[in-house]
Design a protein around this ligand. Sequence first.
Ligand code: KG4
Ligand code: ZN
Length: 343
Amino acid sequence: MKNKSIYILGIESSCDDTSAAVICNGKVLTNVVANQDIHAKYGGVVPELASRAHQQNIVPVIQQAIQQANIDKKDISAIAFTRGPGLMGSLLVGSSFARSLSLALNIPLIPVNHMQAHVLAHFIEDENQQKPPFPFLCLTISGGHTQIVKITSYFTMEVIGETFDDAVGEAFDKSAKILGLPYPGGPFIDKYAKLGNPDAFQFTKPKMSDLNFSFSGLKTGILYFIQKKVRENPNFIEENLNDICASIQRTIVEILFDKLKKAVELTGIKHIAIAGGVSANSEIRATLKAAEEKYGWKTYIPKFEYTTDNAGMIAIVGYLKYLENDFSNQTTTTTARLKVNEN
Ligand code: KG4
Ligand code: ZN
């Protein structure tokens, strides 16, 4: 095994991004992502359209990932693919392709849990990024999930808090929709919030004593607030967009960090990572960074390209499993529902 280059091809197709990556000994050589703009006009992901777009994108995306990595397909040691959770029609496109290619090349197939991959993206080899030591806590925040996970080894993860209803990404996207912003609206809220006053408007935060989250009440509160204000002044949104976005974002950030602080108190763990698409948010990143000095935490913030759905994170899990000889047989199936502690 010594000095041998291990190349893993990662394939991700769980939702609306088709992605392929090639990594060599844990280092990303290529990480190609094809976004699907088609969903924007529907204000959310349309599953049937997503699987059709994956069908169109999968071959060129994989070809590009292999070609730009400057390797031949025969150099690939194993293929890692997203097994779940996600949209079944989308998952099937990536998993069927991965299965066929592994049979054709006669190399191992490695199923990957998408939620573990968001967390384990922190273990991609990168000289500028520090890896978290075990145990650490990870706040995984995406369009589909909001979890605080305790990680004691690569594949030993425990959810110690999660959302009862909407994910935090949905809270961003649904708020943005109320304001008439395009889908997905999270990045737009982030952009306008930079120019606004976060104390301009107050929104009620959920009262939950444990480590769990709820975002559906916030969404309803924002909807009623905006409807009332627009009745009084039809130009309310345009005239106050920056302040509204800053106030919504500040409320969400406070909800997240109240729980994170509680999780640190309860576990005594001060190594804190973030993961998932919403961890691209600038205020969440800045607040986490500030917590190093404020609370004595050591924090781990992934590069932007490894926060939203991408195959680099799938490939790194494939690599870690490859090192442990953890391969599947060809009968491993995709599954729409999969918990972070399930392999
Ligand atoms: O992880 P991801 O790419 O896909 C899922 O697995 O869900 O996350 C997508 C979510 C969307 O809700 C999007 O609005 C949100 O991440 N997002 C952001 C930002 N960038 C992406 N939310 C807030 N601020 C951002 N800068
Ligand atoms: Zn994701």
